[in-house]
Design a protein around this ligand. Structure first.
Ligand SMILES: Nc1ncnc2c1ncn2[C@@H]1O[C@H](COP(=O)(O)OP(=O)(O)O)[C@@H](O)[C@H]1O
Ligand SMILES: [Mg+2]
Length: 160
């Protein structure tokens, strides 16, 4: 899509700041769309997801869906699905999970290790890449749809 280049880079120091950023992201998305979370083991993908899901109103635990592949959340009127595809052997497995139903609805989908589902996963609105940066993390947010671009503009305005 031409014109989509409003990438945002953010330095986030500590777990609490990561959770707070998640809450801001949740606000920007309004609980709809697809976010891919890239980064090595321990990068902070689940922490950011926890901030997002709590930001949408979930009270309580947000555990890593490493073994279940997906964890659903009912958030009042809204729904969120948190995927961790680290253990996915073949993207075709996603078909057996009923992946289309998760993405067809008007939900927020967070996907850790999206590259494991390449070819089957729907495209993201926003690609987030997390890397170590000193004692904190550096986040690169790259929009890949008009919707993702709107989110990035909203976030960038908040940090000006
Ligand atoms: N912005 C941050 N700065 C410092 N530590 C962080 C940050 N975000 C997360 N962490 C820490 O990184 C560790 C791994 O986080 P986790 O979210 O489980 O990673 P992943 O899901 O990418 O494997 C946790 O101990 C968490 O507290
Ligand atoms: Mg994780």
């Amino acid at each position: 899509m031409p014109g989509v280049n409003r990438a945002v880079t953010l330095d986030v120091e500590g777990e609490d700041a990561m959770l707070a950023l998640g809450a801001r992201l949740a606000g920007a998305t309004d609980g709809r769309g697809i976010l891919y979370l890239h980064g090595d083991l321990g990068a902070g993908k689940t922490t950011l997801s926890r901030g997002i899901i709590r930001g949408l109103g979930h009270v309580g635990a947000v555990k890593s869906p490493t073994f279940t592949l997906v964890e659903p959340y009912e958030l009042g009127e809204r729904r969120a699905f948190h995927f961790d595809l680290y253990r996915l052997v073949d993207p075709e497995e996603l078909e057996f999970l009923g992946i289309r139903d998760y993405f067809a609805g008007d939900a927020l989908c967070l996907v850790e290790w999206p590259q494991r589902g390449a070819g089957i996963l729907p495209k993201a609105d926003l690609d987030i890449t997390i890397s170590p940066h000193g004692s904190g993390r550096r986040l690169l947010l790259q929009p890949c749809s008009a919707r993702g671009e709107v989110w990035c503009i909203a976030l960038a305005n908040q940090f000006e």
